[in-house]
Design a protein around this ligand. Structure first.
Ligand code: NDP
Length: 239
């Protein structure tokens, strides 16, 4: 059965792979994009592109109104949009810390809060948050990013406890290194050093994260909530 899906940050990288994968599986998919033009391949799949910056509560509200009007209340939410502003602690500006937390953590709060309204009414729903291996492992130069991604774990587990009795699940995926614009910014030397730490000795393809999202959003995952699922090639083993 086709469900009303929203993927934030669906115009590129992991979010694009998630939107494509759910649309190909038969869901009715809306996705947010913040800048540029929506990708043609998602238009070809019939996905609805909604411009929205998740740091602006007004834009989030407008996006939900448009989605509800065009495809009904969101039944599956994938909170994927995120940024990094890497810098060592001593040199990190207040602004870089705040921007990353406001996007990755507070932005997720905004979209989950708004989605929960319709899900509570429907007494069902699936929420998947895209965190990172770095949230649990830590990473030099990423105190802002790691704090925001670790925050998603406590957030998801609290949401699970609040909404579980209405058959709404909330889970976290913690990807390792995925081949997207975010990691393409690293130098070849940095990439080489990272790959040495990964038991599976390679980066993930965005589609490998999308496959786990598809599972968590499926009927087969109805009894999974408050979980943190690593998709990291073994990088965070033990965390
Ligand atoms: P990209 O940088 O390729 O894409 C990020 C997406 O988030 C873009 O669609 C971007 O929109 C959107 N976005 C950023 N800020 C905002 C905002 N304020 N409002 C709305 N949308 C916004 O990243 P990835 O695809 O690599 O990452 C996707 C998610 O996965 C992120 O949460 C990231 O932290 C996480 N992740 C990534 C890993 C990796 O190795 N790549 C590893 C672990 C986790 P726009 O195009 O307008 O900038």
């Amino acid at each position: 059965m086709s469900r009303s899906v929203l993927v934030t940050g669906g115009n590129r990288g992991i979010g694009l792979a998630i939107a494509r994968s759910l649309a190909e599986a038969g869901d009715t998919v809306a996705y947010t994009y913040r800048s540029g033009e929506p990708p043609a391949e998602l238009a070809d799949l019939g996905c609805l592109a909604v411009r929205c910056d998740i740091t602006d509560p007004e834009q989030v509200e407008q996006a939900y109104k448009e989605i509800e009007e065009k495809q009904g209340a969101v039944q599956v939410l994938v909170a994927n949009a995120g940024v990094n502003r890497d810098q060592l602690l001593l040199r990190m500006s207040e602004e870089d810390f705040a921007t990353v937390v406001d996007t990755n953590l507070t932005g997720t709060f905004r979209v989950v809060k708004r989605a929960s309204r319709g899900m509570l009414r429907a007494r069902s729903g699936r929420i998947v948050l895209i965190s990172s291996v770095v949230g649990l492992l830590g990473s030099a130069g990423q105190v802002n990013y790691a704090a925001s991604k670790a925050g998603l774990v406590g957030f998801a587990r609290s949401v699970s406890r609040e909404l579980g009795s209405r058959s709404i699940t909330c889970n976290v995926i913690a990807p390792g290194f995925v081949d997207t614009d975010m990691t393409r910014a690293l130098s070849d030397e940095q990439r080489g050093a990272i790959v040495k730490q990964i038991p599976l000795a390679r980066y993930a393809a965005p589609e490998e994260i999308a496959a786990t999202v598809r599972f968590l959003a499926s009927d087969d995952a109805a009894y999974i909530t408050g979980a943190v699922i690593p998709v990291d090639g073994g990088l965070g083993m033990g965390h």
